[in-house]
Structure formats: C-alpha cells, structure tokens
Design a protein around this ligand. Structure first.
Ligand code: FA5
Length: 344
C-alpha cells in the first residue's frame, strides 16, 4: 500500500464508531494512542507525505489534518461525556458551604458588646487596651496599690483567696486596678491605657452586685496631668457613651491608690436628673471610682512623682447596660437565658 492508499484508508466512520463504543476514560485514552498517537496509522501517513509526488502532498496533508482534528474532537467530547455520567451516578452534590440554612445566627453577649463599645470610645480618645491575669498576687492586687497588709481598706473588697504559695498571697483579682501596676511596671510614661476584664468579690449577690462581674480601668500618666484632665475625660466619655445632654460629676471619695479620690456618676439618662425609680430619685447614677494616682503608687513602680502625674478610673461594665436598657437584677446577664440574650 503506498501513502496515497494509506491516506484513503484513514476511515473516519470506523474511528468515530470505535470512539462512541468506549466505556470509560481509560478506553478513550487507549484509543487516542491507537488512532492518532505516535505509532498510529495516521502518524505513519504523515511521515510518508514528504516522499509523495508534489501534487499529492497537499491532498494527503489535508486528509491527515481532517482525520486528526475530527478524531481528537470526538475523543475529547466522549471523555467529557463519560466524566459527566460518572458524576451524575454519584448522586446529588454535597454542599459544604457553612451557611445559616434556616438556623438562627448567634451574636456576642451583651457584656462583651458593652466592653467593646467602651473600648471603642477610649481607643478613639487615644488609649491603648491592656490585659492582665485574673489570678493575681497580693503585690499587684493590693500592696503596690497602697493597701499594706492589715490595711482596713482591704475590707472594702471581700477577697477570694487561691490556695497557692504562702497563705493569702494569691487572689482572684478584686478589681482591674492591678493591671495599672503591671502596665506601669513594664512601660515608661506617657501611658494612656484602658484595662477591661473580669473580677471577683466574695460578697453576697444582690440586685446590683454579683460575685463575678466586669470592670474597665483607665490610666493616664504623663507630665502635667491634672484633676481637670480627669474631669474632662470623664465628661468626654459620658457624652460619647450616653449621648449629648448626660452630665458627669465627681464627688469626694476614698481609694488608697488615688489622692484625691472621687466617685464618678452621671445624670440619670431616664429622668434627665429630675429623679425617678432608676436613679432612686437622686437624679444621679454612680458608675465607678476615679482619682489622681497616689505618688506612693508611682514610687512603687519606679516612676518619679516629681516628674510625672496621672489619673485613673474604674467602673463596673454591667452597670452600663443595666442603666441603658433597664436590666435588673445583675444576675440576668449570667443566667444564660436565650430569651433575654437574643434581645440585644
Ligand atoms: C474599685 O474597684 C476601684 N478599683 C475603682 C478605681 C479605679 C478607683 C481607679 C480609682 C481609680 P469599687 O469597689 O468602688 O472601686 O468598684 C468600682 C465599680 O465596680 C463600682 O462603682 C461598681 O460599678 C462596680 N462594682 C463593684 N462591686 C460590684 C459588684 N459586686 N457587682 C457589680 N459591680 C460592682
């Protein structure tokens, strides 16, 4: 058989029937090698073209091209067809997308939401957020804060002791003020930090008090910080959190680690200071403590009180949504009742 006969022997119909009869992708790949591979008949014809008379070359070349293209296209589409059939046999596709699909989405707990709102207000004023441990030593929770052993002010914060080391030396922190000490011990002034977190007190639960609750502490230390800066910061916070028209006030108070010390309160947002049940008819709501950092505390952490001064404040986080949304008693936050939690 010469090359022209060979070209004529490239029977496309036979090839297409064979392709149509394949059962799986291995059959298709095998047939591809057989029909248009290196050792196929069409490959031999292609090699022989150069020996043909000139007038036969384009005719045979075109026949080879037509055969190769048609067979290759038919093999491709048969292969896709087999793959589609195999996929269809596997049954419906499994949807791995994590979606809600009719289930209700959860959200952050009201206390976490409040903590983040408070953080946002102070971060916008230029404060950084710091954290400290909930299991604390006596130095950070009390002594460095000017509560020496036996000091009567320790009784202001009934303490849970942890049985570790020397007796009564490891406590569940009773306030977030020990984080002030930790920040000042590790960072030189200027310091503008807030310190939110969970605290513990060994006290009987009441509508307003819980043995586990949250506080947010603030600390500003720099040259020339005055009580006026504290008052201005408290008012800026009050307006940012409670809105225009709510006033703040600082009344004389006592904390061992601030001098002078103040009680921070806001005019009742419900009665605009006129007196109502929420504010016990006083027109004011007490939110926390504040004051100028006592020079002894600065000395305890190695900051020169002749050069630097500062203020600190600390308020209860639960008190904020209790006022804003009228939540009572405080234990409502921790009952895990979804009907309460999903409202906020
Ligand atoms: C302190 O804890 C001081 N460390 C605050 C402070 C910081 C003063 C910096 C000066 C400078 P006090 O014990 O008053 O202070 O608590 C502060 C606030 O925490 C209270 O005003 C109240 O809002 C909240 N709080 C206190 N005890 C409880 C409790 N058992 N349950 C819920 N909230 C409480």
């Amino acid at each position: 058989m010469d090359d022209a006969d060979l070209a004529a022997s490239l029977d496309l119909d036979v090839a297409l029937r064979a392709i149509g009869a394949t059962a799986d992708v291995d059959d298709v790949d095998g047939l591809r090698r057989e029909l248009i591979g290196k050792k196929s008949r069409v490959a031999a014809v292609k090699v022989g073209i150069k020996n043909l008379p000139n007038d036969a070359k384009p005719v045979v070349g075109a026949a080879v091209k037509e055969f190769t293209t048609a067979v290759s296209d038919a093999l491709d589409s048969r292969r896709s067809e087999i793959e589609r059939e195999a996929l269809a046999k596997r049954g419906p596709a499994v949807d791995f997308t994590l979606g809600t699909h009719g289930r209700r989405r959860g959200h952050l707990h009201l206390i976490t939401q409040t903590q983040r709102e408070l953080e946002d207000v102070f971060v916008a004023l230029g404060y950084q957020v710091a954290e400290g441990p909930e299991v604390e030593d006596d130095w950070h929770n009390f002594e460095a804060l000017n509560f020496p052993p036996g000091h009567p002010a320790r009784a202001m914060q009934d303490t849970f002791y942890v049985q570790l080391g020397e007796p009564e030396q490891v406590v569940l922190r009773t306030h977030t003020s020990p984080v002030q000490i930790r920040v000042m011990e590790t960072q030189p002034p200027p310091i503008f930090s807030i310190m939110p977190g969970r605290v513990y007190r060994n006290e009987a639960p009441s509508p307003r008090n819980s043995s586990v609750f949250h506080q947010i502490e603030g600390l500003a230390i720099d040259r020339g910080i005055t009580f006026g800066d504290l008052a201005g910061t408290m008012q800026a916070f009050t307006t940012a959190y409670f809105g225009e028209g709510v006033r703040s006030r600082l009344l004389p108070s006592y904390f061992p680690f601030t001098e002078p010390s103040a009680e921070y309160g806001v005019s009742c947002p419900f009665c605009d200071g006129g007196g109502c049940r929420v504010c016990s008819h006083t027109g004011w709501i007490e939110l926390g403590g504040a004051g100028m950092v006592d020079p002894n505390v600065l000395v305890n952490v190695g900051i020169d009180p002749e050069e630097f001064s500062g203020f600190a404040f600390g308020f209860g986080i639960e008190r904020m949504p209790m006022i804003k949304y009228g939540v009572q008693p405080i234990k409502t936050f921790f009952d895990d009742d979804i009907r309460f939690l999903e409202q906020y």
